[in-house]
Write a protein that binds this ligand. Structure first.
Ligand SMILES: NC(=O)c1ccc[n+]([C@@H]2O[C@H](COP(=O)([O-])OP(=O)(O)OC[C@H]3O[C@@H](n4cnc5c(N)ncnc54)[C@H](OP(=O)(O)O)[C@@H]3O)[C@@H](O)[C@H]2O)c1
Length: 239
């Protein structure tokens, strides 16, 4: 039977690469995003996929999105909580470093938890739920401490939920990407992984029932943090 996959933030970057990878595997794919133009572009290049306009931070939009998936495909097998944003905040220069903090926390932490809860109520036997966190879930970035906080929060949620859902057989996969070449960090200098490579590693981790997928530089991170925590934390936090 075809897998039915919902990817939040599937109109760009890692989410769109995941949509491409699932479609080429024969899955039925739904994506969401806010921008109508991006959704139209996505629909032109992915005519068989369902593109839903939804802001995941809005309660009614999340419910309408799940309704749209149910109406089109009848069920949901894999939920991918991917939509997110990186916000730099400087708490040292006297400016208001907490501007729009609620929106950042809602998008990166609260919405994925709420969407997961609503999807599980509707489809208790989903095959898998993916949480896209970051290498920064393990080491908080100096220039964006709240991003580190919310991604660490989602990391902890995924860990607890994995144990809670284990008896049902729902696979919880946490994806911790390194720097990836997407619009989110277009201004970031240095080496960035191709989104297609991140997607390939994610699908392999799903097939292998791995608890975590750590592409590229994040793969060695847990081990390095055990061996030389202070040095590694200083290095990673400044990236
Ligand atoms: N790129 C990296 O280096 C990197 C590294 C580690 C982790 N990550 C994580 O990977 C995920 C994807 O990042 P990316 O780099 O692929 O980002 P991206 O290219 O900027 O794409 C973000 C996607 O999320 C959607 N989105 C944003 N706010 C939304 C909202 N409120 N409701 C629904 N959709 C929303 C965007 O569409 P609209 O703007 O049209 O809504 C877009 O489709 C994020 O969780 C990010 O934290 C990225």
């Amino acid at each position: 039977m075809k897998q039915v996959v919902l990817i939040t933030g599937g109109t760009s970057g890692i989410g769109m690469a995941l949509a491409d990878a699932f479609i080429s595997q024969g899955a039925d794919v739904a994506v969401c995003g806010r921008s109508e133009a991006a959704l139209e572009r996505f629909s032109r290049t992915h005519p068989k996929a369902l593109a839903i306009q939804a802001d995941v931070t809005i309660d009614a939009a999340r419910i309408a999105m799940l309704n749209a998936v149910a109406e089109r495909f009848g069920r949901l097998d894999i939920l991918i909580n991917n939509a997110g944003t990186f916000v730099e905040r400087n708490f040292t220069n006297g400016a208001d470093a907490t501007q729009d903090l609620e929106q950042e926390v809602a998008l990166n932490l609260t919405a994925p938890i709420q969407l997961t809860g609503a999807a599980l109520n509707r489809w208790p036997a989903m095959a898998a739920i993916v949480f896209v966190t970051s290498g920064f879930a393990l080491v908080s970035p100096t220039r964006a401490p709240t991003y580190g906080a919310v991604k660490a929060g989602l990391h902890a949620f995924a860990e607890g939920l994995r144990r809670q859902l284990a008896p049902r057989g729902t696979h919880i996969l946490e994806l911790l990407p390194p720097a990836v070449d997407t619009p989110m960090n277009a201004n970031l200098p240095g080496k960035k992984m191709a989104p297609a490579k991140v997607a390939k590693i994610t699908l392999k981790a799903l097939a292998n029932h791995q608890p975590m997928a750590m592409p590229g530089a994040t793969r060695q991170l847990p081990m390095l943090l055990r061996i030389a925590p202070n040095i590694i934390k200083r290095m990673v936090a400044e990236m």
